[in-house]
Write a protein that binds this ligand. Structure first.
Ligand SMILES: Nc1nc2c(c(=O)[nH]1)N[C@H]1C(S)=C(S)[C@@H](COP(=O)(O)O)O[C@H]1N2
Ligand SMILES: [Mo]
Length: 444
């Protein structure tokens, strides 16, 4: 262990070593890097030798000048990353490319932020290209002052930046009765997570004034589909936002440029893109128009009409069918990683099972742990080449526990395809291959 620390100290910060006493150095770094130091040393056994041509010989790109700095005034990923893209499949689209979805490559995602070019895209009438100069937001109905706002008007309000996921409630619906995709991207890629910047809806509503009897809010987009959706005013005043930026730049057209409604943690479909209108009412709309979507039919034959928050959920992203362990040798230490999220609040803990849910160990949460945001979990595991059933189970701070398939079925029946959040299990074979399987049994 002393050896390990010495090496790390040298390689991590020769400058700090000079300036600080050895004790100070460890005090300063231990808080965030002790785990990383240990892990880095055990996880990276020396496998390559110093006669490796890739380290000995001069690389072709080092022998000539690179591109001029003026070449890519808006940067693009390295061509070597060409596989890291959104993807779609006919099995998931409604038959055409306009009312369809392209899925986020969550198996390639790092940390908790989805790059803007990879954020999943779910359109009902194609991606609209809105001229920001012609953009207007009308707020009307049960408000004291009906207004039509420009983008500049909105940007004059004090802004907030917050990290939230968006998940379509149909995420995972394709495979919950039985495995359909052997591919994490198609299984769970109808979600992404970004840092959003905009104004809290409450700030705008406090400014223009809500009538006392305003109970419902309808949002509508200016695209071909419009996507009219209603939410209760409580949610609008709680944490809903009007956002114009995503990860530090203007929203992408696919995410509703120039303005979308953000309804943190709740069903993706409520997050109206290309926003044009907010209307407040004292009655629900479903009496007047068909705006109440995604009801959840139960075993009894009765439907749950309002089912807004996305359930507590998790999935192991490494390994997964696209990221198998076929390159591992027996005895290798490997990091199991995954994503957990809950529309009800903050992820409290994530457990991992190696035997299909009979026994569980606690994973560690990694990096930022924020409400209604992706939360990354990690577990260092010694691979012995033994086949296993690998699962994750998330718990949030509202006390929700991710159910087994059987638990979920007994709670909400089998009819609805929305809000499916049962535990996902990977069958890891002796050769490291990973396959999507279903384990239904009740777990202790
Ligand atoms: N105006 C408009 N808003 C919309 C939609 C749409 O088709 N039109 N699709 C909704 C659905 S069903 C989802 S899941 C989310 C997806 O957001 P994203 O495309 O930014 O990932 O947007 C929602 N907002
Ligand atoms: Mo959706």
């Amino acid at each position: 262990m002393t050896e390990v620390n010495k090496t790390s100290e040298k390689s991590l910060s020769p400058i700090s070593e000079k300036k600080l006493s050895r004790r100070d150095f460890f005090r300063k770094t231990a808080v965030y890097s002790a785990g990383a130091i240990a892990a880095a040393n055990v996880l990276s056994p020396v496998r390559l030798r110093a006669d490796d041509p890739a380290i000995v010989e001069e690389a072709e790109w080092g022998t000539k000048l690179g591109d001029p700095v003026t070449k890519n005034l808006y940067g693009v990923p390295s061509p070597f990353e060409h596989n890291n893209t959104r993807r779609t499949t006919d099995l998931l689209s409604s038959g055409d490319a306009y009312a369809s979805v392209s899925m986020c490559p969550i198996h390639e995602s790092e940390g908790i932020i989805t790059p803007n070019g990879l954020f999943f895209c779910r359109d009902h009438g194609g991606t609209a290209h809105v001229d920001p100069n012609k953009f207007r937001l009308m707020i009307h109905g049960k408000v004291k002052r009906e207004v039509v706002l420009t983008l500049d008007d909105l940007k004059r309000y004090p802004s907030e930046s917050r990290i939230y996921f968006i998940e379509c409630p149909a995420n995972g619906s394709t495979g919950w009765r039985g495995p359909q995709f052997n591919n994490l991207q198609f299984m769970k890629g109808m979600m992404s997570c970004a840092q959003w910047t905009g104004v809290m809806l409450k700030t705008v509503l406090d400014d223009i004034g809500l009538e006392d009897d305003a109970v419902w809010m309808l949002s509508e987009g200016s695209d071909n589909a419009g996507n009219p959706r209603t939410i209760p005013v409580e949610k609008a005043l709680d944490d809903a936002m009007l956002v114009w930026a995503q990860n530090g730049e203007a929203l992408r057209p696919e995410q509703g440029y120039p303005l979308r409604l953000l309804v943190p943690g709740w069903e993706g479909n409520l997050n109206t893109k290309w926003l044009k209108r907010l209307e407040f009412s004292d009655k629900p709309w479903h009496a007047k128009e068909e705006t109440s979507k995604y009801t959840m039919l139960q075993k009894s034959g009765k439907a749950i009409q309002y089912f807004w928050p996305n359930e507590v959920n998790s999935v192991i992203t490494s390994p997964c069918p696209e990221k198998p362990w076929t390159n591992l040798k027996k005895g290798d230490l490997v990091e199991i990683e995954g994503l957990a999220w809950s529309g009800h609040g903050t992820i409290k803990n994530v457990d991992i099972s190696f035997d299909g849910g009979d026994n569980w160990v606690e994973a560690s949460l990694k990096g930022l742990v924020l409400p209604k945001a992706w939360t990354r979990f990690s577990y260092i595991f010694k691979w012995e080449g033994k086949p296993m059933f690998l699962s994750s189970r998330a718990v949030d701070d509202s006390g929700n526990v991710q159910p087994t398939i059987d638990q979920e079925t007994s709670a909400v029946g089998v009819e609805s395809i929305y809000h499916r959040n049962p535990i996902v299990t990977w069958k890891v074979s002796a050769n490291g291959e990973v396959n999507n399987v279903h384990i239904r049994k009740h777990h202790a």
